[in-house]
Write a protein that binds this ligand. Structure first.
Ligand code: AMP
Ligand code: MG
Length: 359
């Protein structure tokens, strides 16, 4: 086991099964005492507290500096545990759970009384998911409580996809981080709400809208786009968290959107303008656009044809921008299909300005 301490935060990186058991017992003990533990999931690293302990959950808000009206996702080990926390579960929700759990899908349902108000930021509903990472499931089982866990970053910063990212933001403020390597999905879970009929997409993520609709065999109300849901009668409250600016690196990020390959011209013009001002420009491009322009920093996010690749790298590249101390970031927009929808949702929230390419 690599067992280190950063300003009092234990870093637990198990290298074999015995190590793993020791690390899990150590982390579970912290959680049972009301402390905080960061842990890997397949989406991003989460910052966990016992979801049923209001004082422990309060610490999450404090440490992350998270606005108090932004509710937390509760992580459970399986459907049985979920059923203990929420009620009025329609068959469609079970169908989604069957198809996508464990996995990057969060389901919003009316909460039972035992879920403390602070965990749901005062809402009468709770957001639940079963994560896919083996360490995440083992941690929930060992602690033997549902875990309230937002992403393990300071509010507003890009979400962490490695244990190092967690330490950048939270070293010294949490009991431990369980290091399970790099997260495979790279963006947060999809959030779907069953408070409305049809159900509503509140946040695009690892399970795409297309995947949800093909399993449900109905059109999901898409509240992640402007004007989404206008044609529906009962519109649920959107995810409170989605109104905040998020994921922002320190340097302003200019996101260029529009048809490809037309948007390449706009990317080059913008980058060249900043370069002429003598600014340290970072270009975030697709593999296909790699050669369009020289800049002090160039990062390829992935192929335009493989948005899952882009999602996996996105947050770590945004964090790297801070370490490289760039002055300005010019980023290429991707197609909003499939996983591209989640990628563009995060890029838009990270952007200081969005530039549309005119035809
Ligand atoms: P995070 O944990 O930081 O990835 O954010 C959790 C997301 O889930 C935020 O956008 C929250 O607003 C959303 N969320 C959590 N609980 C609820 C709920 N009861 N109703 C609607 N959205 C929720
Ligand atoms: Mg977050």
């Amino acid at each position: 086991m690599i067992w280190a301490s950063f300003n009092g935060t234990a870093v637990l990186k198990p290298l074999n099964p015995e190590d793993e058991e020791r690390a899990l017992l150590f982390a579970a003990e912290i959680l049972k005492k009301g402390g905080l533990v960061a842990f890997p999931t397949e989406t991003v690293y989460g910052l966990a507290a016992d979801a049923l302990n209001p004082a422990a959950v309060e610490n999450i808000y404090k440490v992350k500096r998270r606005p108090p009206d932004n509710p937390l996702i509760i992580h459970v080990a399986g459907v049985e545990q979920a059923v203990g926390l929420v009620k009025d579960i329609p068959p469609e929700a079970f169908l989604l759970a069957e198809n996508f759990w464990p996995g990057p899908l969060t389901i919003v349902l009316p909460k039972k009384k035992l879920v403390p108000d602070i965990t749901t930021a005062g809402l009468s509903s709770a957001a639940i998911r079963v994560p896919k990472h083996p360490l995440a499931i083992k941690l929930i089982r060992t602690a033997d409580v549902p875990l309230a866990a937002p992403s393990a970053n300071l509010s507003g910063r890009p979400s962490p996809t490695t244990a190092e990212h967690v330490l950048e933001d939270l070293a010294g403020q949490i009991g431990a981080v369980l290091d399970g390597g790099r997260c495979s999905v790279g963006v947060e879970s999809t959030v779907i709400s069953f408070l409305s009929s049809p159900p509503a997409l509140l946040r695009p993520g690892g399970v795409t809208l297309e995947m949800l609709e093909s399993v449900l065999k109905l059109k999901v109300l898409d509240l992640t786009v402007e004007g989404g849901g206008k044609t529906y009668k009962r519109i649920p409250p959107p995810a409170p968290g989605m109104k905040y600016r998020h994921y922002a690196p320190r340097a302003p990020l200019y996101l260029v959107v529009g048809d490809y390959p037309l948007l390449k011209k706009q990317l080059v013009a913008l980058a060249e303008g900043f370069l002429m001002q003598g600014r340290k420009v970072a270009l975030l491009l697709s593999r296909e656009s790699e050669g369009i322009c020289q800049a002090p920093v160039l990062r390829v996010l992935g192929s335009r044809k493989k948005p899952r690749q882009v999602a996996e790298r996105l947050f770590s590249v945004l964090r790297e921008m801070d370490l490289l101390e760039v002055d300005v970031i010019v980023a290429e927009g991707f197609d909003e299909k499939g996983m591209g929808k989640a990628v563009m949702n995060r890029l838009r929230k990270a952007a200081a300005a969005i530039i549309k390419t005119e035809k």
